[in-house]
Design a protein around this ligand. Structure first.
Ligand SMILES: *Cc1c(COP(=O)(O)O)cnc(C)c1O
Length: 221
């Protein structure tokens, strides 16, 4: 695992240099779906402290037995009836994609007097099999959230690129998300985070402006 990590960190650095982003901080989120707690502990021991999960039922027992200093990111489709369990355990929700979910997050956040940070998931490639808003729906959606749900703080955008053999083919997807984040102007909202890039395409994503990459198999095997 350490070799994998070193390789990933190297490649991220390389992509940063290549695109003139040396000064930027890129957060490596280790995706732990299907990964046993022992392996997660090993990841912690080599310096990883941001973890991502998309299966609520699977992750809760794991979180319970892992050190509580870890930062958890919810990266999968979130059902409204799971919000209650997700909010107290996760620092950032990457998959806000509909008003009914925002409403539930608002209700739960208000109840516990907290502000919940979230990224809006965008289905840039318009894939039928994926969740997320269309590019042209995002600004209106953010305006609505700001207007109706004061306990939600939107801090950026997230996308999952289509799986392709050659990651260069999804460069335009990442570029489009970056452009969208620059174009949207909603008072009080700063879209500074771009969660994009997975094992097969994170270098291209970093070159195109990712601030968070979500990596599972390239790290854990
Ligand atoms: C599983 C998953 C990842 C990690 O995928 P790998 O290809 O294993 O790196 C990243 N993001 C999301 C949303 C995922 O579900």
């Amino acid at each position: 695992m350490q070799d994998n990590l070193l390789k990933i960190v190297d490649k991220i650095k390389e992509a940063q240099v290549k695109s003139g982003r040396q000064e930027d901080t890129i957060t490596l989120i280790a995706v732990t779906k299907g990964v046993a707690p022992e392996k997660i502990k090993e990841a912690v021991s080599i310096g990883i402290n941001n973890f991502g999960e998309n299966r609520v039922q699977e992750v809760i027992p794991k979180i319970e037995i892992l050190p509580d200093k870890l930062t958890w990111h919810f990266i999968g489709h979130l059902q409204s009836n799971k919000v209650k369990e997700v909010l107290p355990r996760f620092s950032l929700i990457h998959s806000l994609d509909r008003l009914s979910l925002a409403k539930e997050i608002q209700i739960r956040s208000e109840k516990s007097s907290r502000i919940t940070e979230a990224l809006v998931q965008v289905n840039v490639a318009e894939e039928k099999s994926k969740f997320g808003l269309s590019v042209n729906e995002v600004e209106g959606f953010i305006e609505m959230v700001v207007e109706k749900f004061p306990n939600i703080k939107i801090t950026g955008l997230m996308t999952i690129a289509p799986y392709v053999e050659d990651p260069q083919e999804v460069r335009t997807i990442f570029r489009e998300l970056k452009n969208l984040s620059c174009k949207i102007k909603v008072p009080g909202v700063e879209l500074k985070e771009l969660s994009m890039g997975m094992s097969s395409d994170y270098e291209v994503a970093v070159e195109e402006g990712a601030t968070m990459v979500r990596i599972g198999t390239a790290l854990f095997g």
